[in-house]
Design a protein around this ligand. Sequence first.
Ligand SMILES: Cc1cc2nc3c(=O)[nH]c(=O)nc-3n(C[C@H](O)[C@H](O)[C@H](O)COP(=O)(O)OP(=O)(O)OC[C@H]3O[C@@H](n4cnc5c(N)ncnc54)[C@H](O)[C@@H]3O)c2cc1C
Length: 432
Amino acid sequence: MLNRIFKYQFATATHTPLCIIGGGTASLNVTAQLSHRKGINLSHIRVFDPSRFHYYQPSWTMVGGGLYDAEKSYRTQQSLFNKKINFNFNAVTKVIPEQNKFITDDGREWTYDHLIISTGIKVDFKGIKGLKEALDDPNCPVGSIYWKDYATKFNQFAKEFKGGKAVFTEPQMPIKCGGAPQKVLYLNEERFRRNGVRNQTSIEFHKTIPVVFGVPKYSASLAEIIKQKNIDLHLKSKLVEVRGQDRVAVFENQDNKVLTEVKFDLLHAVPPQTAPKFIAESGLGDASGFVDVDKQTLLHKKYKNVWAIGDSSNLPTSKTAAAVMSQTPILVDNLLHIWKQKNSEASLPQKYEGYTSCPIFTGDKKLILAEFKYDSVVDETFYRHQDKPHRLFYHLKKDFFPFAYWNLMARGIWYGREGILPHFLKTITNTF
Ligand SMILES: Cc1cc2nc3c(=O)[nH]c(=O)nc-3n(C[C@H](O)[C@H](O)[C@H](O)COP(=O)(O)OP(=O)(O)OC[C@H]3O[C@@H](n4cnc5c(N)ncnc54)[C@H](O)[C@@H]3O)c2cc1C
């Protein structure tokens, strides 16, 4: 009898009006903002994520630079998501959008009226031969800020570094936070100076792409910084293999495919990153594999009840939490417009212009605050030259942003660079 009930439960799809795949930055921000909206029954929302923990990933750069404790970079999902929202600790393996249905890794089926995809970008440590083995070897001086434990490992080796060759790498785009591989480089160049080992150290920076940064204004400033810091820059140089035991990194020249071996004493490696596979397998992706949405409305180009936000979308902007903060109110307004107010796509009220931001530590308690939108058009918030390193920006990134993330964003009252004002205005005009 019990067996029959069990089987029946598993054979029937569970319906939830709004399903969200992924419980990272975008999902938390969207659900927190929805919780303030009028007429939203939070039990009509269901989030899926196999991870028990939620990570504030931007802090991992600071972990690798010796400025932040990795233990402060994560919290349990339960402590952050509203208790009234259903949370399933499962990965979604396939979506069948024609049937408004998807399947989770335990074989269960789920149906929805609206679906939001926010599964981020997949960090592929195995995408470079030998890298994962070198990272997992506690005695090998190889680390990466693209995972908390590898960031901690890198920090430890960098702290104890006595000089030699320090090599930093950056893969092909897209990656999350395109500036992060440089931030960790500059923070550690400063650390080597502070620790008195800079004169005994040569630093190489290998970038796969042919420019220092994607936005010309900031690229020029950063190129100058690289020169001043006497860093040996290699453009179009892609890390293809790490031989941890021999302390050798192999690079491929992107023009002529010639391989060069570089002996290192310390290696910071950034792995290639790709769209989660289930997106393409569900027919929801574009040629790149990311969810194919309208770049202004965030609504899927084919399925008019599927949305995407953040790193798993194909929005042609840099993949950052700052971009997510800017996308969230747009997605929430547009979603409610169709879902609750039963309006058509033609009259969607909000348009995303591609805003994103990359706070680049340049060492010596300074930071360049790069802000731009679609087509790499500079879109700065402050009345000063943001391509020049400044102390104020350093404290924004190091001290204020982590506070804003855990205390304001997670509560749905943070609107990115617009701060908490829109929330306050909506509250007093009762427009939630
Ligand atoms: C080292 C580093 C430095 C960074 N620095 C900055 C910075 O300075 N400024 C900035 O703005 N941003 C920065 N970022 C980028 C920022 O963290 C991301 O852009 C942001 O987290 C994207 O949010 P998201 O919700 O799209 O993805 P994520 O926050 O990555 O969340 C995705 C979630 O989806 C889940 N998931 C994956 N697959 C499935 C599946 N099949 N089913 C269910 N769940 C799934 C994952 O477990 C994860 O919890 C940095 C990131 C890194 C790694």
